[in-house]
Design a protein around this ligand. Structure first.
Ligand code: MLT
Length: 407
């Protein structure tokens, strides 16, 4: 008899963004002519930078001729891209990361989901609340979470991120083995100052723990004093894996390209206390289960680092950040406290009512889609997340309509 992985029965019935899509589709079906503005899932709306498109076209043309055609590429990514990443994203900022420590992939979602499989099934996991649901759900699937009780999994250490701690969780009393952190944060938009991130690095070093640092939104940081990478912190190379993506930075949500950094000095332990390189474990995993990102996509990603590419990406980020400023500037006078939107593309709005009720109200009365905060965890109850990823015109129209409803 074929049996299922019963851990799946412990999951919420549907993935947050699928549930939102379902509700929006039902609403659209009931109101066929209604114009809906989507500020829910953080999906970019503007075209790829011209430098990326040009490189993409050229690479497609290379595929059209036998002499330049490419078959399977290296599972870890082409050297031309890994070298640019190491140089421009790390060494230029004083972080000692080398090209062969970078693993190019199809997304930070898949990497943050897959990474847990190289760790033991009985490690103790610390996960922020609210949180990007992928970290939690993939550990539930893998059987690390324990059962649900009172809306929380028994074996997970929840790191509450609340208005009281500025949405930056403090160190837990327990000894966590694996810690997920995401800054600039999805969903709250909060950022972590260097001294607080240093506390996490020290905690991980002290406890022989590991930090999984999701920096998918680092390009949106404007404040120069904030860390863009965990490797800007001394000692992090031994205790942190970092995830980054071209999705939000350069508009690659549909094109798919990201990368994960696993420093060679990053170690984990077996049950006898033996030391193992996580770099070789992740390399082994990727070589077995992944065949790399397509050549044209990696060429398009490489173009992000050209002079024109960098200027175009800067413009793109600035465009979305103008939306973020606008959302903040117009929500706050309505009496809604906002976090985020200053160094991140998400604005976390306190709703003073149930998150899903607020979501339904905005959808039904304003035709605007947001993301209910409670979908990210218990501490998200009473909040919604508004995404700055849309055209300036749509964001203005959405806020006009929200204003009408909330006034
Ligand atoms: C989000 O809206 O939280 C993100 O777009 C989801 C993702 O990156 O997978």
């Amino acid at each position: 008899m074929i049996r299922i992985n019963e851990n799946y029965l412990k999951l919420r019935p549907s993935y947050l963004f699928s549930e939102i899509s379902r509700r929006v589709a039902a609403f659209q079906e009931a109101h066929p002519g209604k114009d809906i503005i989507r500020l829910g899932i953080g999906d970019v709306t503007r075209a790829l930078p011209k430098a990326c498109i040009d490189a993409f076209h050229l690479a497609v043309d290379e595929m059209a001729s036998d002499s330049t055609f490419k078959g399977y590429g290296p599972e870890q990514g082409y050297a031309f891209l890994r070298e640019k990443i190491a140089r421009y994203d790390y060494r230029s900022r004083g972080a000692e990361i080398h090209a062969d420590e970078i693993f190019v992939s199809d997304g930070a979602k898949s990497d943050t989901a897959n990474i847990q499989e190289i760790f033991s099934g009985d490690i103790l996991i610390a996960i922020p609340d609210p949180v990007y649901p992928v970290y939690l759900d993939t550990n539930v699937m893998a059987g690390r979470s324990g059962d649900l009780g009172d809306g929380r999994y028994k074996n997970i250490i929840y790191l509450d991120s609340t208005a009281e701690n500025g949405f930056v969780p403090g160190l837990p009393k327990e000894k966590a083995d694996l810690i997920y952190l995401c800054f600039p944060n999805n969903p709250t938009g909060a950022v972590i100052p260097k001294d607080m991130l240093k506390q996490w690095v020290d905690y991980a070093r002290h406890n022989k723990a590991l930090i999984l640092y999701d920096a998918a939104y680092e390009a949106f940081i404007k404040d120069g004093s904030l860390p863009r990478s965990i490797y800007e912190l001394e000692g992090a190379r031994e205790v942190a894996i970092e995830f980054r993506s071209f999705s939000k930075t350069a508009g690659f949500t549909g094109t798919r390209c990201a990368y994960t950094v696993v420093p060679k000095s990053c170690m984990a332990y077996d049950s006898a206390g033996g030391t193992h390189s996580l770099h070789s474990f992740w390399n082994r995993r990727q070589a077995t289960k992944f065949n790399g990102v397509s050549y044209p996509v990696q060429k398009a990603a490489e173009a992000v680092y050209s002079d024109e590419g960098r200027a175009q990406v800067k413009e793109l980020i600035g465009y979305y950040m103008n939306n973020a400023s606008l959302i903040r500037a117009r929500m706050q006078p309505l009496g809604y406290t906002c976090t985020g939107g200053e160094n991140s593309p998400y604005i976390w709005v306190k709703t003073l009512m149930d998150s899903w009720d607020f979501f339904d109200m905005l959808l039904n009365k304003a035709g605007v889609v947001c993301t209910p905060g409670s979908g990210f965890g218990r501490c998200g109850q009473g909040y919604i997340r508004i995404s700055a990823f849309n055209s300036h015109e749509n964001v203005e129209r959405a806020i006009d309509r929200i204003e009408q409803v909330l006034k």
